[in-house]
Design a protein around this ligand. Structure first.
Ligand SMILES: Nc1ncnc2c1ncn2[C@@H]1O[C@H](COP(=O)(O)OP(=O)(O)OP(=O)(O)O)[C@@H](O)[C@H]1O
Ligand SMILES: [Mg+2]
Length: 259
């Protein structure tokens, strides 16, 4: 059995609770099955999302009523010029930044209306995050960094973390600290960490932003491959329109809306 098969096989017997939770999350009107690949039913719905920032007395509108839908299992890219609002939109969809107006519905639930504890559970167990600057804990080894999301949820996912590190080609680097890893290697650790809880959705903000083009495209293919194998919905921010072609769909933000 290959790594992917082992990961999938591993998830089912040991994580039936997680799978149940995930099926619950994917229930829209009680009718959406666990996706086999891209489901036509939307998993993420953004409705009339508004966000502005005040600069002195001036109010700058960044997101001007964005509507979007992302299907379960879909791998979408958010593109746009620097300052267009890609990170702002991704954080809003990811449950990290409440919109000033509008709502984000995931699996049929308006996430910002959920009790705080449930929002935290959703972020920890159902979503994985990859940030531009990796945000690895500097005092922890690669393996320790990958197991953190499991620990937060009270689970010991060391075996799965090891398999994920093997899968991203870092079997020999498990016990290294982030400072002992290259940028690309740190980003691989961040990918493994984002997947350790087998989340329904992974949000990635410029995951290849600090890498050269060869490493960047390798990392992106790795991430897309994981998402396909694990039927994870993927929302990736990038300014690289060539890389974005690797996904299922590209949404471009311009002047506060999707064009
Ligand atoms: N906390 C904040 N206060 C004020 N303005 C902000 C804040 N956060 C973001 N902005 C502004 O909102 C705009 C959109 O920022 P955002 O980070 O979403 O852009 P982006 O498309 O991700 O850009 P980049 O490609 O450079 O990462 C920018 O003009 C930025 O200056
Ligand atoms: Mg950004």
């Amino acid at each position: 059995m290959g790594v992917w098969g082992r990961l999938r096989g591993d998830r089912r017997p040991h994580c039936s609770g997680l799978r149940r939770d995930r099926e619950k999350l994917l229930e829209v009107d009680g009718s959406v099955p666990y996706p086999t690949r891209v489901s036509k039913e939307p998993l993420i719905v953004g409705e009339e999302i508004h966000r502005s920032y005040s600069l002195g007395r001036k109010e700058i509108e960044i997101l001007r009523g964005i509507d979007l839908e992302v299907g379960a299992g879909e791998r979408i890219f958010l593109c746009g010029a620097s300052g267009a609002g890609k990170t702002t939109l991704m954080y809003t969809l990811a449950g990290l930044e409440r919109p000033q107006r509008g709502r984000v519905v995931i699996g049929g639930r308006d996430i910002y209306q959920l009790p705080r504890r449930e929002q935290a559970r959703l972020r920890n167990s159902e979503m994985g995050y990859i940030f531009q600057n990796y945000y690895l804990m500097p005092e922890l080894t690669a393996l320790e960094n990958v197991v953190i999301p499991g620990r937060i949820g009270g689970k010991d996912l060391t075996d799965r973390a090891c398999e994920l590190l093997d899968a991203v080609g870092l079997a020999e680097r498990r016990d290294h600290l982030p400072t002992e890893l290259s940028g690309g290697e740190q980003q691989r650790v961040a990918i493994a960490r984002s997947l350790v809880n087998a989340p329904a959705i992974v949000f990635a903000d410029e995951p290849t932003g600090n890498l050269d083009s060869r490493n960047g495209s390798e990392i992106m293919k790795l991430l897309l491959g994981f998402a396909e194998e694990l039927t994870t919905t993927l929302v990736v921010v990038t300014h690289d329109t060539d890389l974005a072609k690797l996904g299922d769909r590209t949404l471009t933000i311009k002047d506060g809306t999707i064009v």
